[in-house]
Design a binder for this molecule. Sequence first.
Ligand SMILES: N[C@@H](CCC(=O)N[C@@H](CS)C(=O)NCC(=O)O)C(=O)O
Length: 199
Amino acid sequence: MRIYGDKRSGNCYKLQLLLALLDKNCEWVDIDIMKGETRTAAFLEKSPNGKIPILELDDGRTLSESNAIMHYVADSTPLIPSSSFSHAKLLQWQFFEQYSHEPYIAVARYINVYLGLPEDRKQEFESKQAGGYRALAVMEQQLKQTPFLLGDRLSLADISLFAYTHVAHEGGFDLSAYPAVRNWLSLIREQNGFVPMES
Ligand SMILES: N[C@@H](CCC(=O)N[C@@H](CS)C(=O)NCC(=O)O)C(=O)O
């Protein structure tokens, strides 16, 4: 089993963190998105959407979409709740992450960290702030009530949302008005096996 990814990418870090928390190993192939390595014919054959991360199994089958890969890797572990309502709640948070969080916080960070906040992307960077803060407020509301997003236990929802929330400041977001989110970030960092994102 191997993962093709970029260790600075939150979507890829989700998998690194998950594997570390599960104490599982996996071969890692570094892909440089800035050099167009997701757009080569060989890569597009593995992943027609041209995005990392992807997981490649030993028999050649591939999976893309970070959150889908997480479900494969964490199958039959306590990180995926077994009751149908909690399982659907987990998916609710992961869909929220992809539609209401990542497109704002991760994209603002990409413009700032990967591209160096060029003049012609500043307006787009600014336009991401309101949506990012809306997503943080939704998380704050839940995390004021429960230590983890699904309640008392760590789940894939926490790992998916930790990935870009813990580097939100790199996208220009100030977490000082979100104390429950900050406490939750500390709680994730205290989990057995936690590994930080590489810089
Ligand atoms: N929804 C996808 C998003 C993947 C994604 O946007 N990957 C970025 C890096 S974080 C990428 O591959 N960008 C390079 C490109 O689009 O060529 C997931 O969760 O895996």
